[in-house]
Design a binder for this molecule. Structure first.
Ligand code: PLP
Length: 386
């Protein structure tokens, strides 16, 4: 067994919860230090869409590491160019500019700066229950009070409107609004799917007022919801798209994608030392290839449908609602989710919560159909649906 750190020495803010010690992964399987296998139904918090250590990404990292690990962004890099071309090639033609960072939060920060600078306006309209990260700018757009309160004051001029209420959104967006920031499916906030009507209203409000419409697809992007990007469901194209989590197959990366037109109005500068480093770009290139070649978005839609069919028989006295799109699924219980998570873990399945009462499923899109089936059966059993 791997020794655990001394209790007096541990990571900052780690609650000391007894969690399994994970030492290895393959596809949707994770093994602990005693050789026990778990099926990961949480895709390591939405990062592992392609599984734990996708071989094509591993090879790309190994080859790039041997060639060149880091390069300042002031120099041209073939792998960065190739990655950006590949990414933009998967997006509508209106997009033509990408800022690369190292995390979702940083990519959101860039979106906030791009919107404020390019419009010369201060106000940001975000949604209740939204999650956009934890640095002070991104945290100002995040809704949950417990995450915000210890760090007040946050950045001024952020307002939150009820999610899926087109009229409230429209009323909040005015000529002082720089940015309308939404998740097409709210992840951390409990897996709430935006209606097409809501996203269309956001598009119209931004067009009317001159605000920058930004979709935070850090969790929903790259095939998770059954389309390559979640905005494709409603066919509403934003001005800025924020990506991260699974974009480089598990290597830290964040991307803020926007239009040449918005770039032309941007004043000031924005930069990151590690953003767009060759290692992340090589991993990202391999990851994008894999998502497209293996048609993982279609797979997410298909396996998602299997789950929704199955969950129809969950008992209404335990389950309030099942929500989601593709392989991004939330089961809202009428009770706390923690005991269900513990029961699943004891059975060899790792899942994650979204708030106190929602069981969140974000399995790797490459999960074996048989593992998925067994996982769904284990969930039904843990919830009490037989
Ligand atoms: C995870 C997440 C973030 C933050 O990403 P980090 O990489 O943890 O900084 C932002 N937005 C959404 C929608 C997320 O799911």
């Amino acid at each position: 067994m791997i020794p655990r750190p001394e209790p007096s020495r541990r990571e900052f803010g780690e609650g000391g919860h007894p969690r399994p010690t994970i030492v290895r992964g393959d596809g949707a399987s994770l093994w602990d230090d005693r050789g026990r296998r778990f099926v990961d139904l949480g895709a390591t918090h939405g990062v592992g869409n392609l599984g734990a250590s996708p071989p094509a990404v591993v090879r790309a990292i190994q080859e790039q590491a041997a060639r060149l690990i880091h390069l300042g962004s002031g120099y041209a890099s073939p792998v960065r160019t190739e990655f950006l071309e590949k990414l933009l090639g998967l997006l509508p033609p209106s997009f033509g500019r990408v800022f690369l960072a190292n995390s979702g939060t940083e990519a959101v920060e860039a979106a906030i700066k791009i919107a404020r600078s390019s419009t010369g306006r201060p106000k940001v309209v975000a949604a209740m229950r939204g999650f956009h990260g934890r640095t002070l700018g991104a945290l100002s757009a995040t809704w949950r009070r417990e995450l915000r309160e210890p760090f007040l004051p946050l950045v001024p001029e952020f307002v939150h409107v009820p999610f899926n209420d087109p009229a409230a959104l429209d009323a909040a967006v005015d000529e002082r609004t720089a940015l309308v920031l939404l998740e097409p499916v709210q992840g951390e906030g409990g897996v709430h799917v935006a209606t097409a009507e809501y996203l269309r209203a956001a598009r119209a409000a931004a067009d009317r007022s001159g605000a920058v419409l930004t979709f935070d697809e850090v969790q929903t992007g790259l095939g998770r919801t059954g389309r390559l990007f979640a905005f494709e469901h409603a066919r509403v194209v934003p001005d800025v798209l924020v990506l991260s989590k699974s974009l480089a197959g598990g290597v830290p990366i964040g991307a803020t994608v926007t239009t040449p037109e918005i770039e032309s109005r941007f004043r000031g500068s924005h930069h990151s030392t590690f953003g767009g480093n060759p290692l992340a770009c090589a991993a990202g290139l391999a990851a994008l290839d894999l998502v497209v070649r293996e048609r993982l978005a279609e797979r997410a839609e298909k396996l998602g449908r299997v789950a929704f069919d199955r969950f129809r028989s969950l008992p209404p006295e335990r389950v309030r609602e099942v929500r989601g799109l593709g392989l991004m699924i939330g089961i809202e219980l009428r009770e706390k989710v923690a005991p269900v998570l513990a029961a699943l873990e004891a059975n060899g399945f790792l899942a994650i919560p979204a708030g106190a009462t929602v069981l969140r499923l974000l399995p790797p899109l490459v999960i074996d159909a048989a593992d998925w089936d067994r996982g769904l059966a284990a969930i039904s059993e843990a919830i009490g649906g037989g």
